[in-house]
Design a protein around this ligand. Structure first.
Ligand code: IVH
Length: 665
């Protein structure tokens, strides 16, 4: 490839990757497999390594972060970043409406109402369509130049997508962390024993204010645009709705379900509506922003020194509240970790009654000096467990400082200290650890056994019906009926769900095992890297530490787990009760979608387990017996009675050779 060709190819690759990023991050509609995408990325990075002079400012390679800065430089905003007047009282919104009507001399004002994102306000400056810099709000006139960090956010275009671009434009929007990403990030932090973030806003702010943009690049941030603060030459949008459309055309995320309001009551209704939907949104919002839609009208009425007159926020009830700590108890988690929990005077926090909040660990309690009788601020972020943030006032009759018990409060086993944490050494003989590890095994991110929630597991453990996870697969209707909460139908539903859970991805299966320091993310890394349960179990500490993102701590826990004979016995017994972990592949996962297979006789080229795993990994299902629902019977050597039944029912019978052709093509 000569220089000219390389330049051309780099351009093509940049355009392609930028297009796929746009489809993935903005349109939520990936059009390419991860594998092909990675190929394009590595081809580009190789070409850019050979021809660094052709690296363009909008190259996706510019998103990976650069060497750490000593400090952030201060930068003046193109246009001042005002703040927003806000209220929680709808009456004040009606007053806002009267004021606008008076100032505009018009009684027909159209408003738009949209979410008030709870993140970090950012200015983005584009010169001739290219992202030139990004900064925090700072004091409104100048902020911190965080351009390298901004570039790592995949939903921020490095180049505006339209052909006609203004010479200079300044855009305002919010950098946020989606709730799912926030939970994942905190999961990863917990795995590493690092401090977690109290809420997505702190996580977004903490991630963006990293001096090392390579750290920011690993933090899943998202950006929503909502205002064009300054635009040169190109025609100004004439309304806020037009402004949002333009932002969308340029390639930004915009919230498109905003309400177009013909009067102020509609805007207030939207606040009520969104408030009821708050827990179902993918991100945290703390209210609704109401804006005058017409730009001419907005310009006429102008701004005060700190905030515009044409917009106001109607806030939601805060997710932070103040209440009294009535007691501090200690909870024992599935790994034996002891967590101090504050029992609170019940309080409504953003629509949910909260009566317990975590205090994380003994150090945290000491640092915050929270004691029984104190008044504290608590916070609930999304569906995350409420946490005690800080002490507001010491109680008149304060309790003594909190101390961790010397033995497990549930089973009386000795306690050991590891870093900032305390652990019960009782293992699965501690009823609390047992209940929680079974509940974890059955939970949604793990084996996903419907109807086997926390309460049911607790009842089963207390009755002695369940003494370990593998006993889940030996439950029967008769046993279930001995529990108060089960009738014939619900028992059958549970058994069906248990049966269904046997087809499970290897990553989920590993996660379900509850290995310490191996959360969902690590479990997926292990599954992708090793490809089978045997290989994961056989991995040495050195093998594990080789994997990017697996540190010494996780590697240690994983090898310890797999050298524990009791744990190996549990895995064996799960596998022999028919649990078949499969590998998720990005290729033709759906080749055999919803096709039912039954196996009979001995296969020569596969073990039965391998054959089943193949079917499941391609989306197919396995059942033990032939029925009218069976699509294929795979018949090996010396087939059993299933063969005759399949013939009778007219079901297609595949030889091993035909089966192989079907699944390995
Ligand atoms: S409009 C000054 N729209 O909320 C008027 N702001 O608490 C321009 N915010 O720092 C801002 N969502 O950055 C606007 N949909 C939205 C918003 C929004 C969040 C931020 C804003 C401000 C903060 C005020």
């Amino acid at each position: 490839m000569n220089q000219e060709e390389a330049k051309k190819r780099i351009e093509i690759l940049c355009d392609k990757i930028n297009k796929f990023d746009y489809l993935y991050y903005i349109k939520n509609n990936p059009e390419i497999s991860d594998e092909k995408y990675d190929k394009l990325r590595s081809e580009l990075s190789e070409l850019e390594r050979l021809y660094p002079e052709f690296t363009t400012p909008d190259s996706p390679s510019q998103r990976v972060g650069v060497l750490p800065l000593g400090e952030f430089a201060s930068v003046n905003h193109v246009s001042p970043m005002l703040s927003l007047a806000s209220t929680a009282n709808p009456e004040e919104i009606r007053e806002f409406d009267s004021r606008i009507k008076r100032l505009c001399g018009d009684s027909n004002i159209i408003y738009t109402a949209e979410p008030k994102f709870d993140g970090l306000s950012i200015e983005l400056v584009y010169e001739n369509g290219l992202l030139a810099r990004g900064s925090t709000r700072g004091d409104g006139r100048s902020g911190e130049n965080i351009t390298p960090n901004i570039k790592t956010i995949a939903s921020i275009p490095l180049k505006l997508r339209t052909a006609a671009v203004p010479p200079l434009v300044s855009i305002r929007g919010e950098a946020i962390m989606l709730l799912k990403d926030f939970q994942k990030l905190n999961g990863r932090m917990t795995e590493k024993d690092a401090a977690t973030f109290a809420n997505p806003r702190n996580a977004a702010a903490g991630s963006l204010r990293q001096l090392d943009s390579r750290v920011t690049a690993r933090r899943p941030l998202t950006f929503y645009g909502y205002e064009i603060m300054f635009i040169e030459k190109l025609r100004q949008p004439s309304s806020h709705t037009e402004e949002l459309n333009l932002l969308k055309e340029w390639g930004f995320n915009v919230y498109s379900h905003y309400r177009f309001c013909e009067d102020i009551e509609e805007a207030i209704d939207f606040h009520t509506y969104l408030s009821s939907k708050r827990d179902t949104l993918p991100f945290e919002i703390d209210g609704v922003v109401i804006k005058v839609n017409s730009k001419t009208c907005a310009e006429d009425i102008g701004s005060r020194s700190r905030s515009p007159r044409w917009a106001i926020a109607l806030k939601f009830k805060p997710r932070r509240e103040i209440t009294t700590v009535e007691n501090i108890v200690v909870q024992v988690g599935r790994t034996g970790k002891l967590t101090p929990v504050a029992l609170l005077k019940p309080v409504d926090v953003g629509g949910v009654t909260v009566s317990r909040a975590t205090l994380h660990n003994a150090d945290e309690v000491a640092k915050k000096d929270i004691r029984v009788g104190d008044t504290a601020r608590i916070e609930r972020a999304g569906d995350v467990i409420p946490a005690v943030v800080e002490r507001i006032k010491t109680g008149a009759a304060r309790g003594a400082p909190f101390i961790m018990p010397a033995v497990c409060p549930v089973c009386g086993s000795p306690i050991v200290e590891e870093g900032a944490c305390h652990f019960c050494t009782g293992g699965l003989s501690c009823p609390s650890q047992l209940k929680r590890s079974i509940a974890h095994f059955a939970s949604r991110g793990a084996m996903d056994i419907e109807y086997l929630g926390k309460k049911t597991v607790e009842a089963m453990v207390e009755k002695g019906i369940l003494n370990s996870v593998e006993e889940i697969y030996t439950l029967d209707v008769k046993t279930l009926l001995t529990l108060d909460r089960f009738a014939e139908k619900s028992a059958r539903n549970l058994l069906e769900a248990i049966e269904k859970s046997k087809n499970i991805s290897l990553a989920r299966f590993i996660f379900a095992l509850g290995i310490r320091n191996a959360g969902e993310h690590t479990a997926r890394l292990l599954a992708d890297h090793f490809g089978s349960m045997e290989a994961v179990g056989g991995a040495s500490y050195e093998d594990l530490i080789e994997i990017d993102e697996i540190g010494p701590e996780a590697a240690g826990s994983i090898t310890r787990f797999f050298s524990d004979k009791k744990k190996l016995k549990i895995i064996d017994s799960l596998l022999s009760s028919g649990v078949i972990p499969y590998i998720e592949t990005s290729v033709s996962l759906s080749l055999l979608e919803n096709i039912n297979f039954v196996f009979t006789g001995t296969l020569e080229e596969f073990t039965r387990e391998e054959a089943k795993r193949l079917v499941v990994s391609l989306g197919g299902r396995i059942s033990p017996t032939v029925s009218a629902k069976t699509d294929y019977l795979v018949a090996g050597k010396e087939p059993g009675s299933k063969y005759n039944k399949a013939v009778k029912l007219g079901i297609s019978i595949l030889s091993e050779y035909e089966f192989k052709k079907l699944v390995l093509k």
